[in-house]
Design a protein around this ligand. Structure first.
Ligand SMILES: [Zn+2]
Length: 429
């Protein structure tokens, strides 16, 4: 493990030096692990490998940064591991790796390495620009698909191909946010020759729609906890916070005023319409939820199972899109404010139920893991809620593709300052 840590230190230092010299080639990539500590230590033209690789220096864990990568490498068949032991996996090409990392061990064994020696080893940089193992790694990561391959391999390859094509079409600034909207609402993504053949695309449409829906719940909850609570707040006041921001109107007409999330069989990214975006946070999240629920029963058979699964979610039905649609259908004659009051009450009760089910005895005290405590008709905030969307992991996959030389991040044209993802010239398969 000492050798592993030393290798990671040398590798990080090479990447830091290369990125300092050629920042353009590292645009959009994460920094090497241990970046801050190692970068700060490279002062006098020397990298002190022995000091940095010592326990608890550049990394806290004794296995360095092996942990975050082990599962991925196992999945790719690069290693097998059990307990503390790690061995080569079935997809390893040992000869290629020896060539690719030639000299790394020698550098790692030195206690101190002159920086100019490292400057010459750009082939070891994390950007992969000059890496000899790049094309091999690409075939491991995105193998040509064969029937009988594990489903995860097919899904990963197909998702990468989908992103690859979408990046080619749109050259997005932000992969998750922009491309999500494109695959939902841009007709070109439905007629494109390449995308049309990929079974993964409608599946991702369902996942994206579900992500928007849960995002609204998470943000509504965050808004309630973080912004509506200043000190101890009477429960009734908290429960009425959303109602107060809504119009005095019948629920059915409030519902009719919202754009629909689907028109016939054409999906609409109604969540992003200007008038929805202009609403206050509380009502806006409610609108997102209602738009999401408006798609229940309307989605195609290839999209619907990824949006919700009544079968799988049977025991956790509350707050699902179908649940909300039923809830709304039964309350068309009520006032919007009353519906919001009731809905907030359900949320509050649920949060306490979930917290109680996760509670346990810790050091002789009954601990309830909650950011919100309800007691004697009052609500207290213990800490802030996070909110935000769940990750699609598209950004991470794009970074992997970038390391493999398939896509790259370029600075915006003159006049715009935003960076964009584009295909590399040699990215074509
Ligand atoms: Zn580099």
């Amino acid at each position: 493990m000492d050798t592993l840590r030393r290798c990671e230190v040398v590798f990080a230092a090479i990447s830091i030096l290369h990125a300092r010299r050629f920042p353009d080639q590292h645009r959009g990539m994460s920094q090497a692990h241990g970046h801050d500590v190692i970068s700060a230590s490279m002062q006098n033209g020397e990298l002190n490998v022995a000091d940095l690789a010592a326990p608890r220096s550049y990394a806290q864990a004794s296995r360095g940064f092996l942990g975050p990568y082990l599962a991925s490498e196992r999945l790719l068949g690069l290693v097998t591991s059990g307990g503390e032991l790690v061995a080569p996996g079935q997809h390893v090409d040992e000869r290629a790796l020896e060539l690719a990392f030639e000299g790394l061990l020698k550098l790692a064994k030195m206690d101190s390495v002159p920086l100019d020696l490292l400057e010459g080893r750009q082939d070891l940089c994390l950007c992969g620009q000059y890496a000899s193992e790049r094309s091999w790694l690409r075939t491991v990561m995105f193998p040509a698909q064969r029937p009988g391959d594990a489903a995860t391999i097919n899904r990963r390859s197909e998702t990468a191909l989908m992103l690859y094509r979408l990046i080619e079409m749109y050259e997005p600034e932000n992969v998750s946010i922009e491309l999500s909207r494109k695959i939902i609402a841009d007709p070109r993504t439905y007629t494109d020759d390449q995308l049309e053949k990929m079974a993964i695309v409608p599946a991702w449409r369902g996942v994206v729609l579900r992500r928007w829906y849960t995002w609204a719940w998470r943000d509504l909850w965050r808004w309630l906890v973080n912004e509506q609570m200043t000190g101890a707040v009477p429960l009734v006041q908290l429960q009425g916070a959303l109602s107060e921001q809504l119009p005095d109107q019948k629920f059915s007409s409030f519902r009719d005023d919202l754009p629909s999330g689907i028109d016939g069989n054409r999906l609409i990214d109604a969540e992003y319409q200007m008038r929805i975006g202009a609403m206050d946070p509380g009502p806006r999240n409610l609108a997102w939820l209602m738009i999401g629920a408006s798609r229940v029963g309307q989605l195609s058979e290839h999209v619907a199972p990824y949006f919700e699964s009544p079968e799988r979610e049977r025991r956790n039905y509350e707050l699902t899109p179908s649940w909300l649609k039923d809830f709304m259908d039964q309350r068309n004659d009520h006032l919007v404010r009353d519906v919001a009051f009731e809905l907030t009450g359900i949320l509050l009760a649920r949060s306490q139920r979930v917290a109680m089910s996760k509670s346990s005895f810790v050091n002789g005290r009954w601990r309830v893991p909650t950011r919100l405590t309800l007691r004697d008709g009052y609500a207290f905030r213990e800490s802030n809620e996070g909110g935000g969307p769940v990750s699609l992991r598209w950004d991470q996959l794009t970074q992997v593709m970038s390391g493999l030389g398939m896509v790259r991040r370029v600075s915006g044209d003159a006049g715009t300052s935003t960076d964009r993802w584009v295909l590399t010239r040699n990215g074509q398969k």
